[in-house]
Design a binder for this molecule. Sequence first.
Ligand code: SF4
Ligand SMILES: [Zn+2]
Length: 337
Amino acid sequence: MTPFAADGSRGFSALPAAVSAAEIRRTRGPKHAVDPGRPIAVWDEEEVAAAGRLVTCRVVLLAGAECPFTCAMCDLWRHTLDGPTPLGALPEQIATALAQPADPDLGEPRWIKLYNASNFTDPHAVPPADIPRIAALLEGFERVIVETHPRLVDASLEAFAGGLTGRLEVALGLETTDPRFLPWLNKQMTTADFAAAAVRLRAAGIDARAFVLLGLPGLDERESVAGAIITARFAAAAGCRHVCLIPTRPGNGHLDELAADGRFVPVSAAAAEAALAGAIATLPAACLVTLDRWDWDRMTGHCDVCRAPRRDRIGIMNRDRGILPPLSSPCGCPNDV
Ligand code: SF4
Ligand SMILES: [Zn+2]
């Protein structure tokens, strides 16, 4: 099945109309209270350093200013401040995050992920005067991962990379390359913008990671899987070191409205597994590919019997960049789309 063709399925006629930022914002619920003196969350997890090799990574969700973009699927605004990030807040938060003991099951973290629910290169979100202190706090980490909008990739990242002892990796939301969805997505970016950002990062010795959405309004599961694989291949061709498939989730207001009348259905566990297997099979070997499991337990299509073993199977496929046979479980949950 081609995902981008009018094939008579519910896909083509049910594609979402473009929505304005004001319309997306109208559907939002209230924000959570955020204290700029404390990180929102800190934990350790395993990241794939290379096929078959895991490394412990400290994940820090930073409290700061809201992103000025208003992407249709984004729910990160829920944990942000209304105004700019106060000067000094991020170094304080990072120091707090670093003081947390390592997860005894994983050992000392060698990588660190600083996700600020916005763009690391937006001066309202990350005050430039704080950058040298942030870089100094990160001394010793082998890899530092931050996120930004592809159109905001600029020389400040090269300066930040120069102040680190480890390597910088920048996560960029590609989301989808399907041109039919770009007006609705409101990302205010073209695929050419993404490719230019990835090339610029690579030229500066900075790694790029791409976020790819799995599941778009109006597509059925097979179309969503095929579209995510095509998008992942684009990211790999642009030179990304790592492609992360993220099942699109409701919860930001706008997607909940679409879901309420059936115009958006989150993909099932089986679709997530199929997308990961398809991407592993077709992306160049040099590009890591993983499926994000943060929301695995909330997905549909698994049960108390198969949820954990299927989660473990994905973990092994993520780690080894290899495909395992689908789990055969007596529960009868579907394991393919
Ligand atoms: S650019 Fe990223 S943080 Fe900003 S609205 Fe879009 S998805 Fe959310
Ligand atoms: Zn099951």
